[in-house]
Ligand binder design. Structure first.
Ligand SMILES: *Cc1c(COP(=O)(O)O)cnc(C)c1O
Length: 428
């Protein structure tokens, strides 16, 4: 570390000498792991650039349509760029998707029909999808129009020794012909499990498709884009979805989501986003197209800055004596880092520290609060340019045993380091 940086951290940020020592040790330890992600970044950047060139992106694609938004060439061409990058037939990239959850729910509502069953094979889906499916509906939100209210059933297969339970999945498929769609979640979200790498997802799809080629395989791709050199469509997924305020928006897209995959399935999702018949042909873009293109162009780099922050955090916190998951040496498929404190006060102090290191709202004191849809109180650090953008350095934690914080993002690794060192200094 540059000597002036070290002095600066100590004098201006009040970082303790012991935190600096751990920092230097951590940086040295993670350097070999960074190399792999830098090579992935390089390849993904080539892939993105080529897609722009193949679609001959030009200034006139930065459209600014209003009203119905018919014939928005910037929007329609961005769909083609995404389709190329994901090796998919079709894409739907829209600011009208208010979040990743919304894009995912358009896929589910668009494709599933009354009498169909959705089978989750990587355990229980991400929290915000529960209301969509109607999991625990009696307790939380009766008759809000969940899939369950429309007669779509749900089954889930729990993981077995942290892996997809092949036997149980195949049993379920053989015994229940109403299973139309299989749900796979790439990132662990807030569950205590591993995230699933592309080769693991591909293997599961291979044995499902061998016997049940007609079953639609959906992958929730949130937090996964550009972490590996392939995306789920390339290993046989039929349709995937994600958020533009995570990896693929590159920290620049101000909102939005995407769906890519088989043409007929993407159309069905588009009929749910707007209406049957209109689909993706409507929807104005009010000036966001430049940021969508620019964010996509930067996304391979930004995703890897966030990854470096996560890997470094894993090593730093492990050296400081805390439990981390995954470990620094684990090959990653998403940008989420879990850190377990086994101590409520330390957890809260750590999250506050991440906020103090943010470029935005760095003087805010974050406190645990009762967030809608969560049973326990939640504390969140999110000093972000874009509200709730978790490709920016952010950290959240439910206030419950074993007091685990989920850290993600970091538009650049240097900021990631400062945020983590401030947080670490507070708890050492
Ligand atoms: C973030 C996330 C979602 C939901 O995305 P939002 O944009 O927050 O609605 C869904 N699934 C996973 C795995 C996620 O990480």
């Amino acid at each position: 570390m540059h000597n002036r940086s070290k002095q600066y951290l100590i004098q201006e940020y009040g970082i303790s000498e012991s935190a600096i020592a751990l920092h230097e040790q951590a940086l040295e330890a993670v350097a070999p792991y960074f190399k792999n992600y830098e090579e992935i970044r390089e390849y993904n950047q080539f892939k993105v650039l080529k897609a722009f060139q193949d679609e001959r992106i030009s200034d006139y694609h930065f459209t600014n349509t209003t009203g119905y938004g018919y014939g928005d060439v910037g929007r329609d061409t961005l769909d083609l760029v995404y389709a190329r990058i994901f090796r998919a037939e079709k894409a739907l990239v829209r600011p009208q998707f208010v979040s990743g959850t919304h894009a995912i729910s358009c896929v589910l509502y668009g494709i599933l029909r009354p009498g169909d069953t959705l089978l989750a094979i990587t355990g229980r889906p991400y929290d915000t999808i529960h209301g969509v499916i109607g999991i625990d509906q009696e307790v939380d939100s009766p008759n809000h129009g969940s899939l369950k209210d429309f007669g779509v059933s749900y089954k889930e297969i729990l993981l077995k020794n942290l892996n997809i339970d092949r036997e149980a999945v195949m049993e379920a498929l053989r015994h229940d012909p109403s299973i139309k769609m299989v749900h796979i979640q790439r990132s662990k979200g807030y569950a205590s499990r591993n995230s699933f790498r592309i080769d693991e997802i591909g293997e599961a799809i291979r044995w499902i498709k061998e016997e049940f080629p007609q079953v639609v395989v959906f992958v929730d791709n949130c937090y996964g884009e550009f972490v590996e050199d392939r995306e789920p469509i390339e290993v046989g997924a039929d349709i995937i979805a994600g958020s533009l305020i995570k990896n693929i928006g590159g920290g620049i897209a101000p909102t939005g989501g995407y769906v890519v995959g088989r043409g007929d399935l993407v159309d069905q999702a588009s009929y749910r986003l707007t209406v049957p018949g209109l689909g993706g042909e409507c929807g104005s873009t009010f000036g966001v197209m430049r940021s969508f293109y620019q964010g996509l162009f930067l996304a391979p780099q930004v995703a890897v800055e966030a990854l470096k922050t996560a890997v470094y955090a894993a090593k730093l916190l492990e050296l400081a004596g805390f439990e981390v998951h995954p470990k620094a040496e684990t090959l990653r498929t998403d940008i989420v880092q879990a850190i377990t404190f086994h101590d409520e006060a330390k957890l809260i102090d750590f999250v506050k520290g991440i906020q103090f290191g943010a470029p935005i709202d760095s003087s805010a004191q974050c406190e645990p609060w009762d967030m809608p849809g969560y049973k326990d109180q939640v504390i969140m650090a999110a000093g972000a340019f874009i509200q709730g953008a978790s490709i920016e350095l952010s950290c959240d934690a439910p206030i419950r045993e074993p007091y685990t914080a989920y850290l993600q993002g970091g538009l650049n690794f240097d900021h990631g380091k400062i945020g983590l060192l401030i947080a670490l200094s507070r708890i050492l």
